[in-house]
Design a protein around this ligand. Structure first.
Ligand SMILES: Nc1nc2c(ncn2[C@@H]2O[C@H](COP(=O)(O)OP(=O)(O)OP(=O)(O)O)[C@@H](O)[C@H]2O)c(=O)[nH]1
Ligand SMILES: C[C@H](OP(=O)(O)O)C(=O)O
Length: 233
């Protein structure tokens, strides 16, 4: 059974001191394109900003000892990140998510961190126990992947930060795993209920409303048909 990263975890200082959390975030106007047909522009933008702020608030509240780096093409996003006392990095977005993460990873390495945890800014529910289990897994593997519900990668923990090339895109969890194995690294793929749910499509948003009705009440649109929780079980 995996040990949780609690305050009396024997390796907490070793893990935390040298770990940097990287949060990539597009400009809100360009975010959540797959919801264009389901939400108005303002609702889509405010959803992406709400998710981003939830992510910043989660790490500040539950992991105040962890350093965070936000990489974005948007100066507004970077200034919001600074209000949560994160490090910030401007990337013009021209090379997409993988390019932005390559740039962030260079910063992380040059800043002397041993490991890096990439968390996208669109996870519906961040769960303390899941994130602690994920971080603790770096004791057993150099690459730890939290697999998304669609085979994507919803969190990626690497030690060293540049252990593998970033291959976000279709079925990226298996691409990242193959990449790790090609590099002869120990890789763990983990499936967590909450961390698997990034919000891509309207069904994901409906699921978020079911799991966190208060937080997502503004997006409880009558036009979206209800679906049952077991579809993601
Ligand atoms: N800095 C940066 N972050 C990005 C870029 N592309 C995607 N991201 C972020 O990476 C995470 C996952 O992105 P996606 O699911 O591809 O994008 P999204 O805006 O959430 O949704 P779609 O537009 O529907 O793909 C989100 O936190 C995005 O904001 C990029 O080019 N630069
Ligand atoms: C970025 C992409 O995530 P999606 O939003 O497609 O699950 C991926 O994990 O490769």
């Amino acid at each position: 059974m995996m040990q949780h990263l609690t305050s009396n975890h024997p390796n907490i200082h070793h893990l935390i001191d040298k770990l940097c959390v990287v949060i990539p975030m597009k400009s809100p106007t360009r975010s959540k394109q797959r919801l264009v047909g389901s939400l108005s522009d303002s609702s889509r933008e405010s959803l992406s900003l709400t998710l981003f702020q939830n992510t910043l608030a989660f790490f500040k509240r539950h992991f105040p000892m962890l350093d965070v780096l936000v990489v974005s093409e948007s100066l507004d996003v970077l200034s919001l990140a600074q209000s949560y006392e994160t490090n910030t990095l401007f990337d013009d977005g021209s090379k997409g998510l993988n390019g932005a993460l390559d740039f962030a990873c260079d910063w992380v390495k040059q800043s002397g961190y041993d490991s890096q945890l990439i968390v996208p800014s669109d996870i519906a529910v961040l769960d303390y126990q899941e994130i602690t289990s994920l971080i603790a897994a770096i004791n057993e593997a150099q690459v730890v992947i939290a697999v998304a519900k669609d085979g994507g990668t919803n969190a990626l923990l690497t030690s060293p930060p540049d252990a593998i090339d970033f291959q976000y895109g279709y079925e990226s969890a298996s691409a990242h795993k193959a990449n790790a194995l090609n590099n002869r690294l120990v890789c763990r793929s983990l499936h967590f209920d909450n961390l698997a749910l990034d919000i891509d499509h309207s069904e994901d948003l409906q699921m978020a409303v079911i799991r966190q009705p208060k937080r997502f009440k503004a997006w409880k649109e009558p036009s979206l048909l209800p679906i049952k929780e077991h579809q993601y079980a």
